[in-house]
Design a protein around this ligand. Structure first.
Ligand SMILES: [Zn+2]
Length: 332
């Protein structure tokens, strides 16, 4: 009987620890063979990593990914990563340069073909979160350093989490997806340095130096200034905006709204995601439309009992109470 209990305990321990050592190594070998890259595999509690860089250069990213999961878990009380990721840990890959990233995109496309033209889409970007079929996110050094890559990784884990929570095979509202990723990055590292919405999207290069690597209190301060000056765009105006139109002021408001939702209870933030996905139109359409706005407003009603305008008013009141104006030089 003791032996049997021991065996059951062992099986349970194996299931809980979610170890994927051999699978992860086999996957790394397959990718190395197909891409011709020198790659190393490493596993942490919630992710498997593929290093196309020296292992030491990957460690800031590994720590950032685990810290991002831990922030999410603390906020949401979700401790079972399998609820989001299924039976396999997400794959996080960091390559030495863009050529490695591009080869990985070709491997992924050849193996899984998520949709026609996938690799070309990925190659136009420099980091990528892919929610299905193999959950993965990948980026590269040059021009990033191992230290700046950790911001990208924490941010991309944010994308994966919002994509995967109550997964639906459809687009997400750009303001919310980006806002959530920026918010998790800031919660995890205390500063934002990953701008999916800029650098080729909303903000032009001339403005990048002003919004580059900013401490979270400074972001909060810029949001507080918008609210005090009544210059923030209304949520119902931000909701329809494509990623290419979302610039720093709108993104500041977007992640602050995520911050506000989380302050009302992590379960409410998750429920908002669940509800807007449940109300989302079934057709897979990239562009914004009235049905997508209605899904989000209905979700706000379901969870917070507010429409866009009354939610905006509650958020403004909260910002005025909770975000301080800071002055002085930025700390880089
Ligand atoms: Zn992003």
């Amino acid at each position: 009987m003791i032996k049997l209990v021991g065996r059951v305990a062992l099986v349970l321990w194996c299931a809980c620890s979610w170890l994927q050592g051999q699978d992860a190594k086999d996957e790394a070998t397959e990718i190395a063979t197909k891409t011709g890259l020198v790659l190393e595999s490493q596993e942490s509690d919630h992710f498997v990593f593929l290093w196309g860089v020296p292992r030491a250069a990957g460690q800031p990213s590994l720590l950032a990914a685990e810290a991002a999961w831990s922030e999410f878990s603390k906020m949401s009380s979700v401790t079972d990563a399998g609820l989001l990721f299924g039976s396999r840990k997400p794959l996080i890959a960091l390559f030495a340069a863009k050529t490695g990233y591009d080869k990985f995109a070709d491997w992924y496309d050849a193996k899984f073909t998520p949709y026609p033209g996938f690799a070309e889409n990925v190659k136009r970007a420099v980091f990528w979160p892919q929610p299905t079929p193999r959950i993965a996110t990948f980026t590269h050094l040059k021009p990033n350093t191992p230290e700046s890559a950790r911001n990208i990784i924490a941010h991309e884990v944010g994308h994966l989490l919002v994509m995967r929570w109550k997964y639906h095979n459809n687009f997400l509202p750009p303001w919310f997806e980006e806002g959530f990723a920026c918010w998790l990055e800031a919660k995890t590292l205390g500063r934002n340095n990953c701008y999916c919405f800029s650098g080729g999207y909303g903000d032009r290069a001339t403005r990048l130096d002003k919004i580059n690597d900013i401490e979270w209190p400074r972001w909060k301060s810029s949001v507080a200034q918008q609210v005090r000056g009544k210059s923030d765009k209304a949520l119902r105006t931000i909701v329809p905006m494509p990623l290419s139109d979302l610039a720093a002021p709108e993104m500041g408001k977007a992640w602050s709204i995520v911050d506000y939702m989380a302050s009302q209870g992590g379960d409410k933030l998750l429920l908002f995601i669940e509800k807007f996905k449940a109300h989302w139109p079934k057709e897979i359409v990239f562009e914004h439309n009235a049905a997508k706005a209605a899904a989000q407003e209905q979700a706000l009603q379901d969870v917070f009992g507010k429409d866009f305008d009354s939610f905006d008013a509650a958020w403004r009141e909260w910002v005025l109470k909770n975000y301080k104006i800071v002055s002085g030089a930025a700390v880089k």
